[in-house]
Design a protein around this ligand. Structure first.
Ligand code: NAD
Ligand code: DAU
Length: 353
């Protein structure tokens, strides 16, 4: 038995692979194109571990998918691979359509062919798990109830539109072909191995470097933050006990404004690595807003809690402390990801703001 993971060298995928192999000996075939967001350093502790088979390749490559499925005969596919950064989708949406839409379509078709050819028992047990986002539901007003699984789709960015399209494809492959799919729509993750283009790791690495902490617009946008390992445990619960064809919203119940997030990061850094030049929040700057910026996301996670008994293990306070401690202890990892292309991105996104 094995599972095929796509995008397992990225932030959530690598946390998932590490957690999976920590908890079980079931092998993981990890297919990842190693875009700017993929990093084999995330998986360095698995070097020489026969339970982890890494394959560099693209989910748009049908021949490769067919070969991997025929060779490894996985009992499940857990699909993380995606272009994931909203700001990059604004600068260049094409890659998002290619990977998130075409790539998911290609993977679904390869999975369908493979699944159709399985013996009865294996066909019944097979699962295709699609890892998606709360951003497909659009933006909430301040007092609107949190997103449930039946909230209308109202994506507002090229990223969320491409993820919404992929969710629809996954749904259709269940209804039309009976492929046993599961979809999770999760809120904002944070934790170790988070690429420092996203809010929390960007603020940590900029603060430690004495650089400005750029808050878009008024900073009163709200996100619902979930520690990444809690997202991984939710995915494992859904994979093992979720009902095919169902959607499960996953969230941490931690709605916070971006301003409060940045203040919390600064306060922890003040405690754990004080800067002789003064409190880190002196570096906060308000910059031009993100176009089409969603104001608020909030997840109603009652379905996964009631049906599968899943609960997050971390509070925001415990999770953010672990996260900041991880970045302080892993300065080499941070240096490693701040390559020339990272610096080019920072210049492209922030210099014109
Ligand atoms: P990430 O950008 O850190 O990692 C994406 C990974 O996919 C990288 O390793 C990259 O190399 C790989 N990849 C990209 N294009 C590929 C392709 N064509 N073929 C094969 N591999 C490819 O993303 P993440 O934050 O880890 O997100 C993983 C998944 O979870 C995504 O589907 C994302 O939409 C979803 N999600 C993310 C969050 C979050 O807060 N980060 C929240 C909810 C859902
Ligand atoms: O909600 C789930 C989504 O969360 C995932 O699907 C995405 O893959 C993931 O990137 C994340 O999207 P966001 O756009 O919410 O995350 P990001 O970290 O880019 O931004 C979080 C908030 O912080 C958002 O309101 C924009 C703001 N922000 C972000 C950056 C990078 C700033 O104010 N300044 C910044 O420099």
């Amino acid at each position: 038995m094995s599972i095929l993971v796509t995008g397992g060298a990225g932030f959530i995928g690598s946390n998932f692979v590490l957690d999976w192999l920590n908890a079980s000996d079931e092998p993981v075939v990890n297919l990842d194109a190693l875009t700017y967001a993929g990093n084999l350093q995330n998986l360095a502790t698995l070097q020489g571990d026969a339970r982890h088979v890494f394959v560099r390749g693209d989910i748009c490559d049908r021949a490769l998918l067919d070969r991997l499925l025929a060779e490894h005969r996985p009992r499940a596919i857990v699909h993380f691979a995606a272009e994931s950064h909203v700001d990059r989708s604004i600068h260049g949406p094409g890659a998002f359509i290619k990977t998130n839409v075409d790539g998911t379509f290609t993977l679904l078709e390869a999975a369908r062919t493979y699944w159709t050819g399985l013996a009865d028992d294996a066909r019944r047990a097979f699962r295709f798990q699609h890892v998606s986002t709360d951003e497909v539901y659009g933006s909430l007003s301040a007092d609107a109830p949190a997103f449930t699984e039946t909230h209308p789709y109202e994506p507002n960015s090229p990223y969320s539109a491409s993820k919404a399209a992929s969710d629809h494809l996954v749904r259709a492959w269940f209804h039309t072909y009976g492929l046993p799919v599961l979809t999770t729509n999760c809120s904002n993750n944070y934790g170790p191995l988070h690429f420092p283009e996203k809010l929390i790791p960007l603020m940590i690495v900029n603060a430690l470097a004495g650089k400005p902490l750029p808050i878009y617009g008024d900073g009163l946008q709200v996100r619902d933050w979930l520690y990444v390992r809690d997202h991984c445990s939710a995915i494992r619960s859904v994979l093992e006990r979720g009902r095919p064809g169902q959607v499960y919203n996953v969230g941490g119940g931690n709605e916070m404004t971006n301003r409060d997030i940045v203040q919390a990061v600064c306060a922890l850094l003040d405690e754990l690595q004080p800067d002789p030049a003064g409190p880190y929040n002196r570096l906060i700057t308000h910059v031009k807003d993100r176009p089409g910026h969603d104001r608020r996301y909030a997840i109603d996670a009652r379905k996964i809690e009631a049906e599968l008994g899943w609960r997050p293990a971390e509070t925001f306070q415990s999770g953010i402390r672990k996260t900041v401690q991880w970045y302080l202890a892993n300065a080499d990892w941070v240096r490693g990801v701040q390559s020339g292309s990272y610096r080019d991105w920072v210049a492209a996104n922030y210099e014109a703001r």
